[in-house]
Write a protein that binds this ligand. Structure first.
Ligand SMILES: O=C(O)CCC(=O)C(=O)O
Length: 491
């Protein structure tokens, strides 16, 4: 799909999501998903690369970020640039944005491509427009990375860069300034006019014929969640549940079970027990998260036990995980929900609102209801639509969801237990979106992480179950988070 070569500048995960949404809704062949030719020095090689890739099939002309080179080529020469693609059966144009105000651009930067002009140029170049789709994503981007990116794209001088830096304002000390805006991707599909007369039926009904490889990021991009991942056998899940119950017996009482854990007894057990650290670093899970976030460098930011006893009315109200987390960008975080028992819908398994991750943050409010496991809820969104999808897991299976996916779980209506572990993974370059009282800590799950550059102090994996160092580190980690969230956000 789309190359993420621009990752060093800005987060690119949502581009995948937008492209996937467009490609799906336009019913394109997967092979026609836009390709990015970032870094190509000059327009001609970019065009050649595109044609080499789709000699007789679809071609892609990027018109704007991220296909910067081809964009500049098209913007400069309009219809003339498009004519060279008339040998292809189908032309897919990706553009962003088409109005200057869509981006937090300084005024002096020129506007992006305009939809009407693109359509006019297509007609003039002998194409017929077959379909058009816009996918919007509310994103946050670090101001400094954004400026660095624009400076390269627009060939700014050092003075221009400084000028725009001042325009965007100062950063708070130690905290990156983030820009919020709706990033929109426009996909246009066109066919050469003569070809469309003879093959119009085929052209109008291009079909998604094969899943993109790898499947996981593709489905996650389209729907905002993915399941099932199968990291544990049923026997391993039962063993993990037994250890969790032993934890409950240690911290609650001799015959306690996981359902009786309250508050911080449920959190970050991967700092207290080697078995829990091994679970959150399970290779099958990490491989999936690496694919989902497009990086080998991952931290475990948080984990929490979510347990519902037989016939328990505990539930999780509809919410997006990213709302109170102060992590940016939102597409740098993934939650994995690992089932220790079966977790079917009637047991209080998770429901996901398909596609909700593309719609931006929804208004939420704090919810003090004791039976709501998560303490907050979305305000007023209609969750019972056709897009509400129950994700039913067997013990040992897991699901993934993005930080923006609206999701929830109901009460447990059965005589069986429903127990799971939610683990929040972040890309190592994730940042804080507001000044926090305390710098938090996170555990390196895989790859590289430099705490002098990153947003977190490093947590040391536990060696001894409930050892002194382990307990101290766990208390410290939770104390930092308590101060950050429950002190100002919720009060
Ligand atoms: O376990 C549940 O029922 C809710 C979990 C959840 O909402 C989450 O992990 O984000």
């Amino acid at each position: 799909m789309v190359d993420v070569g621009l990752r060093e500048f800005i987060s690119a995960s949502h581009w995948h999501w937008q492209v996937a949404e467009c490609v799906q809704s336009l019913d394109l062949h997967v092979g026609e998903a836009p390709s990015v030719t970032h870094g190509t020095p000059g327009a001609a090689p970019a065009v050649q690369a595109i044609q080499a890739r789709w000699p007789r099939g679809a071609a892609v002309v990027g018109t704007g970020v991220p296909t910067a080179t081809a964009a500049l080529c098209w913007e400069a020469t309009g219809a003339a640039a498009l004519r060279r693609f008339r040998c292809v059966q189908r032309l897919v144009m990706a553009a962003r944005p088409w109005r200057t105000q869509d981006w937090p651009l300084p005024k002096r930067t020129k506007a992006g491509p305009d939809t009407e002009k693109m359509c006019r140029d297509l007609r003039e170049a002998g194409f017929e427009l077959m379909a058009m789709r816009v996918a919007s994503y509310h994103c946050e981007i670090s101001a400094s990375k954004w400026l660095a990116f624009l400076a390269e794209l627009r060939h700014w001088s050092a003075e221009e860069l400084e000028h725009f830096r001042q325009k965007l304002g100062e950063e708070a000390e130690g905290v990156e300034k983030y820009l919020h805006f709706d990033d929109r991707l426009l996909l246009l599909v066109a066919v050469p006019s003569t070809w469309s007369c003879t093959c119009s039926r085929r052209a109008k009904r291009p079909r998604l014929t094969a899943p993109l490889t790898p499947v996981l990021p593709w489905r996650l991009a389209l729907e905002g969640f993915w399941a099932p991942l199968c990291p544990l056998s049923a026997a391993e899940a039962a063993e993990a549940l037994e250890k969790l119950d032993q934890h409950a017996q240690q911290v609650v009482g001799p015959s306690a079970t996981a359902e009786e854990l309250v508050g911080e007894q449920r959190f970050k057990l991967h700092l207290l027990y080697p078995w829990a650290a091994q679970l959150v670093c399970h290779p099958v899970i990490l491989e999936a998260v690496k694919q989902a976030l497009g990086t080998p460098n991952l931290l475990v930011w948080f984990s929490e036990v979510n347990a519902k006893g037989p016939r328990s009315s505990c539930h999780a109200a509809p919410h997006q995980d990213g709302i109170f987390a102060s992590l940016a960008p939102n597409d740098a975080v993934i939650t994995v929900w690992l089932a220790f028992t079966d977790a079917f819908a009637e047991m209080g398994g998770l429901f996901f609102h398909r596609g909700s991750h593309l719609g931006g943050p929804l208004p939420h409010r704090v919810d003090g209801e004791a039976e709501n496991l998560i303490g907050f809820r979305v305000d007023g969104a209609d969750v019972m639509s056709d897009e509400a999808v129950p994700v039913e897991l067997k013990a040992g299976e897991a699901s993934l969801h993005t930080f923006r996916t609206l999701h929830w779980s109901g009460p447990n209506l059965t005589p069986s237990r429903r127990v799971g572990l939610a683990v929040r993974y972040v890309r190592s370059d994730v940042a804080r979106s507001r000044p926090l009282r305390r710098r938090e800590s996170a555990m390196v799950a895989c790859g590289h992480y430099d705490p002098t550059v990153g947003a977190f102090d490093v947590e040391i994996p536990p060696v001894h179950p409930l050892g002194c160092m382990e307990v101290a580190q766990h208390s410290d980690a939770l104390a930092r988070e308590r101060e950050n969230y429950w002190a100002d956000e919720v009060a």
